[in-house]
Design a protein around this ligand. Structure first.
Ligand SMILES: Cc1cc2nc3c(=O)[nH]c(=O)nc-3n(C[C@H](O)[C@H](O)[C@H](O)COP(=O)(O)OP(=O)(O)OC[C@H]3O[C@@H](n4cnc5c(N)ncnc54)[C@H](O)[C@@H]3O)c2cc1C
Length: 533
């Protein structure tokens, strides 16, 4: 039997964004937090490098702002960048108070208590980290705190299907009043009513065949917001990490850039180096240049992967510097002190998303979006390393403040009918879902990946139109399942990416097309508005 539950605030997502928000609201109102499987199932847990913030006395807000603007290739919204960077120290102080065990500074003469590292694009040491597993430390700490707060109700194995708006209910006024949510254990769809709903659902990199992201990164929040009438922006900018382990059993394992930093060579299947054909910095060229070169060679040769080889360095050096990569590759029979590592580029980060302001407001009243699901304008055409966790924290805090200031002004949600399953039957053809899922991710990889052309994008558009029709029909006729919900959302997100890429008649940042290889003189965001609104 399906249930109706009511809270003041419904937060869909339990990553850095969702849990930070929940912890700042939990003492003041009733909060529900949903996650698709476990509480740490999002990308947050997998973040390695750290979080960018202005913490060193030698560093400055201006410098972090300028670095971000440069990385974003003239497409960042300066207001969002300044807002994020100005609040960076406050957010890190908050995380430290929650108990995140950041790596201490071992320099005795320094007044900076935590070790700060440096990453691509940053002109200062400003990345605070917990060894090489920052995301795990953040995730574990926030989960432990959330489980202790009586005001926060946690619901795992719950998959939001669609948002409930007053407009859809034909009720008076505007705004979001909750969500229909599949309980993956009972297989019933429950009603979660709330005065405020927050999408903290993470990115959409699962739309591509190869990705560094966990399975749930299917863009559910972006698709739900789109269906609820919200604008979505800059979906063509998907960041690809150049080197993800290519192995049938190894899902989503990144081979750190530090390997190339320490002299690893990229090789074609015949053992030849190739990066010198693309950039004089060879393997040390920026991420997007390396990813494009690998993609080019794989397409040219029709090969499944290229290789990353560090075996010319002494074995002791390799084991000492890269213990995690060494151990992990050995599990798959690859001894990196002797063998080259098979690698492919992988979709890593969704720079676009649901359009929000600095408080996380979407276009729908009482609906907020924070974290990777949102488009704040911070990243522009290319995300600078370690700015994304920072964005989760800063926007969680500003959304929390805004919600608390309005808590007593927003009325109780109206009556919401139960999910209607009277017209659907159990599917006897689940193969349709599996097939469409594979097909979508493969053509997105082949036609809408790292290097694009008009012809490839048109091909992809044709295919996504057909798939969307098939999936909509299937969705109308059969009982929903987790896989069907994700496939439906992936198909919406794929369509948004293709349409955005077709609209951008230039190459900028992460969007590279052979038909328009240069940047235009007038940088513009690609903003899509749902037709029916
Ligand atoms: C391998 C890797 C390394 C990275 N390294 C760094 C780094 O060093 N520094 C940095 O700043 N960033 C890094 N990033 C990016 C960063 O980790 C993410 O951008 C960030 O963690 C996103 O947090 P989030 O809270 O928005 O979403 P996530 O952490 O992805 O959480 C999403 C949550 O939403 C839930 N959810 C989604 N859809 C639904 C639904 N329909 N119903 C219910 N729940 C739903 C999921 O279950 C999950 O709990 C890295 C990412 C990866 C994958």
């Amino acid at each position: 039997m399906s249930q109706v539950l009511q809270h003041d605030v419904l937060i869909i997502g339990s990553g850095a964004a969702g849990l930070s928000l929940a912890l700042q609201l939990g003492d003041h109102c009733s909060v529900a937090v949903l996650s698709k499987s476990t509480l740490d199932d999002g990308s947050t847990r997998w973040a390695q490098g750290g979080i960018a913030a202005v913490l060193d006395t030698e560093d400055s807000v201006e410098s972090h702002v300028q670095d971000t603007l440069v990385a974003g290739a003239d497409l960042c919204e300066e207001e969002a960048v300044r807002f994020t960077v100005q609040n960076s120290k406050k957010s890190i102080d908050w995380l430290i108070r929650q108990g995140v065990p950041f790596t201490p500074n071992d320099e005795t003469n320094s007044d900076q208590p935590y070790h700060l590292t440096r990453e691509g694009g940053h002109s200062h040491r400003r990345i605070i980290h917990a060894a090489d597993a920052t995301g795990r430390a953040v995730s574990d700490t926030l989960i432990a705190q959330a489980l202790r707060k009586p005001g926060i109700d946690i619901y795992t194995r719950r998959m939001a299907v669609d948002l409930i708006t007053r407009r859809k209910l034909d009720a008076e006024g505007h705004g979001c009043v909750g969500a229909y949510v599949l309980n993956c254990d009972t297989e019933h769809v429950d009603v979660f009513k709330a005065r405020f709903v927050i999408l903290a659902t993470g990115g959409a990199s699962k739309v591509y065949l190869y990705t560094s992201n966990p399975d749930g990164a299917s863009g559910d929040g972006i698709a739900m917001a789109w269906r609820a009438g919200c604008r979505v922006a800059n979906m063509e900018f998907n960041q690809f990490h150049p080197t993800c382990l290519y192995h049938p059993q190894a899902k989503s394992f990144l081979i750190t850039e530090a390997l190339r930093g320490e002299g690893a060579h990229l090789l074609l299947p015949d053992g030849q180096r190739f990066m010198h054909h693309f950039d004089e910095r060879k393997e040390l060229a920026p991420r997007d240049v390396v990813a494009r070169a690998i993609d080019h060679e794989m397409k040219r040769l029709g090969s499944d992967c290229v290789y990353l080889d560090i075996s010319h360095k002494p074995a002791a050096f390799i084991k000492n510097h890269f213990p995690t990569v060494y151990e992990r590759c050995l599990e798959y029979g690859i001894d990196i002190t002797k063998d080259p590592i098979p690698v492919v580029p992988a979709a890593h980060y969704t720079c676009g998303g649901i359009v929000v302001d600095t408080k996380g407001h979407t276009d729908t009243p009482n609906l907020y979006a924070i974290g990777e699901a949102s488009f704040t304008g911070l990243h522009g055409a290319n995300r600078m390393a370690s700015n994304s966790l920072l964005e989760c924290l800063v926007y969680a805090e500003s959304a929390a403040k805004d919600i608390l200031s309005k808590l007593h002004c927003v009325p109780e949600p109206p009556y919401v009918p139960h999910w209607d399953e009277s017209q659907v039957t159990d599917s006897d053809e689940d193969v349709v879902i599996a097939h469409n899922w594979d097909e979508l991710r493969r053509f997105m990889w082949d036609y809408v990946g790292i290097v694009r052309t008009n012809k490839r994008l048109q091909r992809a558009k044709h295919r996504i139109d057909m798939l969307n029709n098939e999936i909509s029909e299937y969705y109308s006729n059969y009982k929903i399942s987790g896989d069907l919900i994700e496939l439906r959302n992936l198909s919406v997100v794929a369509d948004l990416i293709i349409r955005s890429a077709l609209m951008r008649k230039e190459s900028r940042g992460l969007h590279y097309t052979l038909d328009y290889p240069n940047p235009s003189t007038e940088p513009r965001n690609t903003v899509l508005t749902p037709d029916q609104w």
